[in-house]
Design a protein around this ligand. Structure first.
Ligand SMILES: [Zn+2]
Length: 898
């Protein structure tokens, strides 16, 4: 699955949990062949029955949001019993029966539902002997308006007509809303699915259509081919007025499916899929095992996820798949590529080989994220994707620096805990740790290990240690020890250089190890085996595994880095003299080390480990001819300094003045509009510049946005360009009532569902609280459409988190109907998470105490920790930033002190 991403523009993210050493006990005794959980793997079902095949017929009633169904399930009963327990949620049973293998007649059973446990028990008059049976259920279920189980997406087609399409979303535990099932990843089975499809509609599932039979009412009974053995959460069904475009990647048919009229906008995704498939076939060493691979675009959005890796039928919300040359930015185009790559990596890592239980979700998600970065870098080297790994590491450390964090491998018990497990630790720390381990093993040894792992566990289930065993066996001796420290322990190592001694042309660094924390500085530190790769800038790299404290000797003398290449998951704290050296030698660092040094020193300043001036000196040392990607990241730090002065207009104005001066030469070079022959990163830099200066209210940029918006009156196509929504965002943020009304009119007459959703969300961006209040009220009406309303409320929370939270608390039931069930425990925490107001802490805690179970309150606890730290940090660093600006404005040259 790909989460909705955090960022001020298009996407936003989520939040987490507790601990588990189980994965590092001896490798599991029994083979995990997908035939039910191994003895030491968690299950919420009795281990007495195991399914091998499902045959499911679904008759949807889209108009009334319900479906009728029949399921026939082949099971093996392992021990005598008159009761069989399975998963079911919100299903109503009309009949149940069982037939022993070879028997002629069926025995009727009674079904009792346990709604709280999301299980049901079918009971028979007498005990059944162990053996093979066929169960039959006739039942009905509900079609949701949010993405859990079978769900409906309502949208307007190209002609403005109201349409409804149906899709399914089963990860983590929602297949049970569609079919009575053993709905856990270790119960793998094959599936036959058939469904009744209305005239004029196209249906899609994991496998190609096997047969079609016309019905008397004009509909068709469509039957899909039998799937390979797989977990329930990967089953998929979609239908609607859809169209499909295909190409071939070797023998495999690769397709994209969209609403009618939109399929051309999926060309990028189709091309990416066809290019990536052969690379993965080779990398994993096992060819893609299904005859086709579709990527299905659904209109609308989820506050929780962007895409889902259903085997052979990836589902992606339109905003993360479609590219419209009239409005899609280069950043979004690259994100589309990356999401395609991520979901495709899951076709092997997750779908072919599946974690035994949700404890190891990180392995699925961390690996797919890591692989997506890797393949995108291979296919599009000019995008410099590996630099993004520093951003990912920072996102993970943003959660991992608090006491409320959790280890990558975590103990999952309840449904709420599964849903909360999809967080930045699982995805981004997972990716960072895998990158570190690949760097330790070497690219070739790592790949050999992955190939052996795929071959050995195909169609089965694994725990984390199975992967480490495979890579160690391929030659990466010692990998298990490092992997264990970083996956079973929470937190971030802090490696401090306490002394640097230069003698006889060599430098010896003394290193100590502790933990980097934003709310537990000096607390009890864990200990890691940290791969430290150090070098004198420009010199030879040397690696040691730091256990506790240690020394490393480098050739040469001068400025040094201890995380060269930035593959290590740790923070580097240098003496002031070396930071001064990094300022002086900044241009000599590799781009990835520039990114890493900026990030480390910024966070060390925020955390109070060193004065903010050191990070500010480094940001100021970024020359205007630095790589475009580094310039783009520098802008984020300047915006961070600006946000520190939230509520202090004079302070913000000073930061804006310094920022505008720093960025002026870059903006002059890059300009507001694309130029022929510009570099591959320029579009992203331009977006970053305009976006950040717009957020800060830079008068020239705001005026330009208004000028472009005004031009729409004479020419509706005046804003059709990749930065359309970047400009409109600035207009919306600075809107008055007339402008806001005009944006609303534009939203209602938007040319596509995607434009419509983006325009409605912009209404929530208004800086004027009266207008953001109007946006909140609008979100609870039918006007925006069911999946867009929550996005409006999210948009309000960016600048008015208290207003958004108060509104949601006052309208809790209505708000919860607008979001996925799986997002409920974290939705409020997400709206509040950017606040620096301690009054918010009481509101969040009050809500959690009243409405959340103890297991579901982790996102709240994390948001509270971040808000408290932000409040403390702002008070402390505001004077530091002001003093730095004073010192700088008193000099002609940038400060180079210490
Ligand atoms: Zn994923």
């Amino acid at each position: 699955m790909t989460l909705s991403k955090t960022s001020h523009m298009l996407f936003r993210t989520c939040a987490p949990l507790a601990l588990g050493l189980a994965a590092f006990t001896a490798p599991v005794a029994l083979a995990q062949d997908g035939n039910g959980p191994a003895p030491d793997v968690t299950t919420q079902l009795p281990r007495s029955a195991v399914p091998s095949h499902y045959s499911i017929k679904i008759v949807p009633d889209a108009a009334n949001l319900k479906f009728n169904a029949e399921a026939t399930i082949d099971i093996e009963l392992k021990q005598a019993s008159k009761d069989i327990v399975f998963n079911a949620a919100d299903l109503a049973f009309a009949s149940a029966s069982i037939t022993a293998q070879g028997a002629k007649s069926a025995t009727k059973g009674n079904v009792a539902v346990n709604a709280a446990a999301q299980t049901a028990t079918v009971s028979f008059p007498a005990a059944l002997k162990p053996g093979k049976y066929r169960l039959n259920f006739v039942y009905s279920g509900a079609i949701s308006s949010q993405a859990n189980g079978m769900f409906a997406l309502d949208y307007k087609d190209g002609e403005g007509k109201d349409k409804r399409a149906l899709f399914t979303q089963f990860e983590a535990p929602d297949a049970r809303r569609f079919v009575p099932s053993w709905d856990e990843p270790s119960y793998k089975a094959t599936f036959d699915l058939s469904t009744v499809v209305p005239a004029g509609q196209l249906a899609v599932s994991n496998m190609p259509v096997k047969s079609t039979a016309a019905q008397t009412d004009g509909s068709r009974l469509v039957t899909f081919g039998t799937t390979p053995k797989m977990s329930t959460y990967l089953l998929f069904l979609g239908m609607g007025e859809l169209e499909r475009m295909t190409t071939k990647a070797g023998a495999i048919e690769v397709g994209v499916i969209t609403g009618k009229g939109n399929v051309k906008k999926a060309q990028l995704a189709l091309d990416a899929s066809a290019a990536i498939l052969p690379y993965y076939n080779d990398y994993f060493g096992v060819p893609y095992p299904l005859p086709k691979l579709d990527n299905v675009a659904g209109p609308g959005q989820s506050q929780f996820f962007s895409a889902m890796e259903n085997w052979g039928a990836i589902f992606t919300f339109e905003r993360a798949l479609l590219v419209d040359p009239k409005s899609t930015s280069e950043a979004t185009r690259r994100r589309v590529y990356e999401i395609v790559a991520h979901e495709m990596a899951h076709q092997w890592f997750g779908d072919l080989v599946t974690m035994a239980w949700w404890d190891d979700l990180w392995l699925n998600e961390g690996f797919a994220s890591w692989m997506a970065t890797k393949v995108t870098d291979k296919m599009q080297p000019e995008w410099e994707m590996l630099l993004n790994r520093v951003d990912g590491r920072e996102e993970a450390m943003g959660l991992d620096a608090y006491k409320t964090t959790h280890p990558v491998v975590q103990k999952i018990k309840t449904v709420d805990e599964v849903n909360q497990a999809f967080d930045a630790i699982t995805y981004e720390k997972g990716e960072a740790v895998i990158s570190m381990l690949e760097s330790f093993a070497g690219e070739d040894v790592w790949r050999a290990g992955i190939r052996a792992y795929m071959k050995k566990h195909a169609y089965g289930n694994t725990v984390t240690s199975d992967l480490w065993s495979a890579v160690e066996s391929a030659g990466a001796t010692g990998l298990m020890t490092i992997a264990k420290d970083f996956t079973t322990q929470p937190g971030i190592p802090l490696v401090t250089v306490t002394n640097a001694q230069c003698s006889n042309g060599a430098t010896t660094l003394s290193l100590t190890q502790s933990a980097f924390s934003r709310d537990d500085k000096g607390g009890k530190a864990l200990s890691w085996h940290v791969p430290v790769k150090a070098q004198i800038v420009g010199g030879e790299q040397k690696q040691i595994i730091l256990e506790g404290n240690g020394k490393i000797t480098l050739q040469g003398c001068g400025t040094y880095v201890i995380n060269a290449g930035q593959a290590g998951y740790f923070r580097s704290l240098y003496p002031a003299t070396n930071v001064a050296g990094l300022v002086k030698d900044f241009s000599k660092l590799s781009s990835i080390d520039q990114a890493g040094v900026l990030a480390d020193n910024w966070q060390l300043g925020l955390g109070g480990y060193q004065p903010m001036a050191r990070a500010l000196d480094l940001v100021d040392a970024v020359p205007s001819n630095a790589s475009d990607k580094i310039l783009a990241s520098m802008i984020d730090y300047l915006l961070g300094a600006y946000n520190t002065f939230d509520g202090d207009d004079a302070g913000q104005k000073r930061v804006l003045t310094a920022t505008s001066a720093k960025l002026a030469p870059v903006l002059t070079r890059v300009g507001y509009d694309a130029k022929a022959g510009e570099g591959p990163q320029v579009p992203l830099l331009r977006q970053g510049l305009i976006g950040a200066l717009g957020e800060m209210g830079d008068p020239a940029v705001v005026a330009e946005a208004r000028r472009r918006f005004a031009a729409l009156a004479a020419d509706p196509a005046a804003l059709d360009e990749p930065l359309k929504y970047v400009w409109l965002n600035i207009v919306a943020k600075n809107a008055d009532q007339a402008t806001w009304d005009r944006l609303r009119t534009m939203a209602n007459s938007a040319p596509s569902a995607l434009d419509r959703a983006q325009l409605f969300a912009l209404l929530g961006r208004a800086r004027d609280e009266k207008l953001s209040g109007q946006a909140l009220a609008l979100a609870l009406t039918d006007e925006p459409g069911k999946t867009t309303s929550a996005a409006i409320i999210n948009a309000v929370s960016v600048d008015h988190s208290m207003q958004a939270v108060d509104f949601v608390l006052a309208n809790r039931a209505k708000y919860e109907a607008l979001i996925d069930v799986s997002a409920r425990s974290r939705a409020l925490a997400r709206l509040a998470g950017g606040s620096a107001d301690l009054a918010m802490v009481d509101k969040l805690n009050g809500f959690a105490n009243q409405y959340l179970t103890p297991e579901a309150r982790k996102p709240t606890d994390q948001a509270v920790a971040a808000i408290k730290a932000r409040a403390e940090t702002r008070t402390r660093i505001k004077p530091e930033i002001t003093a730095w600006l004073d010192a700088k404005s008193g000099k002609a040259k940038p400060a180079k002190k210490k």
